[in-house]
Design a protein around this ligand. Sequence first.
Ligand code: FAD
Ligand code: MLT
Ligand code: ZN
Length: 474
Amino acid sequence: MPDLLTDLRSVVGADHVLTDPADLAAYDTDWRGAYRGTPLAVVRPGSTAEVAAVVRLTHGAGVAVVPQGGNTGMSGGAVPSDDGSQVVVSLGRMRSVRETDAVGGTITVEAGCVLADVHAAAAEVDRLFPLSLGSEGSCTIGGNIATNAGGTAVLRYGMMRSQVLGLEVVLPDGRVWDGLRSLRKDNTGYDLTQLFIGAEGTLGIVTAAVLTLQPATPARATAWVALPSVTAAASLLPLLREYAAERLTTWELIARPALELVLHSAKETRAGLQDPLSSDAEWFGLIELAGPAGASVDDDLERALGAAVEAGLVLDAAVAGSPAQRAGLWSLRERISEAQESLGPTIKHDVSVPIASLDDLVTRLAAALEGAVPGIRPVIYGHVGDGNLHYNLSRPERLDGAAFMGRSDELSRIVHDLTVELGGSISAEHGLGSGKAAAAAAYKSEVEVSLMRAVKQALDPAGLMNPGKVLPLE
Ligand code: FAD
Ligand code: MLT
Ligand code: ZN
C-alpha cells in the first residue's frame, strides 16, 4: 500500500506513520502479551481533523482501522489482525484538556488524555473525576469510553457511561459528529452518545468528550476486613449502605490466593507491603467511605464495622490510620492483576451475576473446574458490590503453560455457562474485543445479535471500523 502510506504521511507527518517493526512493538500486542497482531502501519494523528483525514484515506483505500488508546485493555480490542492489513490509529498525541467548568461541573478532554491526568485536572479546580482503575496511569479517556470501563468506584458513581455528557466522534467514513454537549437534559431523539460508549471502537473513533465532575471527597476512611464467606460479603453490602449511605464508594472482594500472590510479588520486588491482618480467613474485603472535608466517614465506618462483626459478617478488620496505610491497603487490591502474571499465562474471566448468586457461582465453579483440571488455581477478586468477579484461572504447577492454555475454551465454557445460568454476564466491564465476541454472540438471542448487527451495518456499512471486535466476523 505505498500510496496510502504516502498519503497518510502527508496528513500526519512522516514521524507519525510507523512501519518499522521495532516501532510497532509497543502497539501490536496487548499489555499481557495475550493478543498479538501485525499492523500495516501505526498512525498517530495530532488533532480531530487529522483523525478524520486519516479515516477518509483508509476508508477510500478499503483498509480497516483499529483505534488504540493506552493499550491496557483486557479483551484484545485494540490489537490489529495478524495479516498486516489493518492500520492502528493511536490517540496518544491527543492529550489536551480543552476546558474545565467548575460551576457546571464538567471537563472537556481529548480522547488520548490519560485517566490520571484527568483526575489531576479535576483536582486543580477542587473537583473529582470518579472513574478509578488500577491502570489509571496509562489508560486513556477514549479507551475508558470505548470499553465503558468500571473499576472500584462504580458502586457510588456508576460506570464510565454515567460520567459522559457529550462526544466528538470520527465516523467510519471520516465524517465528524460533533456531539460535544454539556447538557444534563436533552431528549431530542436517539441517544447517540450512549451508542458509542462501550462500542469498543467498532462504530467510530472518539476524539473528545465532555465528562461530568463530582464534588471532591478529601475525607476518606478505608478498611481491610477478613470475611467468613462469600455470602457474608454479599450480605455486607446492605449493612454498609445502612451506615454509610451514598458515602460507600468501594466494596471489593479478594480471595486468599490473590492476596498471597500480591504479598509474594511485593517481597520479590521489595515493595514493602504487609498483610494487614494475621487471619486464616479465605476471603478478604476492601471498604472505602468518602465524603467532603469534615464528613464523619471514620465514625460511620467504625459503627458499620462494629455492626458487621456483631452480625458475624466480618471476622476481623484493620482500619487505615494514615494516608500511607491507606495506600498500602489499596495496593493489595490493585496489584493483583499484575502479580498474577507471575504464575504464567492466565485464563481471565470478568463475570457478573446478581449479588445474591455470588456464593453459588464461586462454590459450583470451584467443584466443576477442579473436576476438569485437578489442581487448577482460581485467583478470584473483584467488585463484589457490583456482583462482578474476576474469576481468573492459573495453571496447576504440574501442567505447562501451553497445555493449560490449550484447555482455555473448555474451561471458559464452564465459567460462562454457569454465569449465564445464574442470570449473569460474561463480560461485566472489560468488553468483548476479539477474545469474547464469539462467546457473547452464542449466549445472546438471535434477536439481540441481529439488532447489534443492524447498528453496525448502519454506521459502518463497509465494515472497516475495528472489524471482528464485539461482533464476530460473519
Ligand atoms: P485500549 O486498550 O487502547 O483500547 C480498548 C478498546 O477501546 C479497544 O477496542 C480500542 O479499539 C478502543 N478504543 C481505544 N481508544 C478509542 C477511541 N479513542 N475511540 C474509539 N475506540 C477506542 N478495566 C475496568 O473496566 N475496570 C478495572 O478495574 C480495570 N482495572 C485494570 C487494572 C489494570 C492493572 C489493567 C492493566 C487494566 C485494567 N482495566 C480495567 C482494563 C483497561 O484499563 C480498561 O479497559 C481501559 O478502559 C482501557 O483503556 P485504554 O486507553 O488502555 O484502551
Ligand atoms: C481489576 O479489577 O483489577 C481489573 O479489572 C483488572 C483485572 O481483571 O485483573
Ligand atoms: Zn475489575
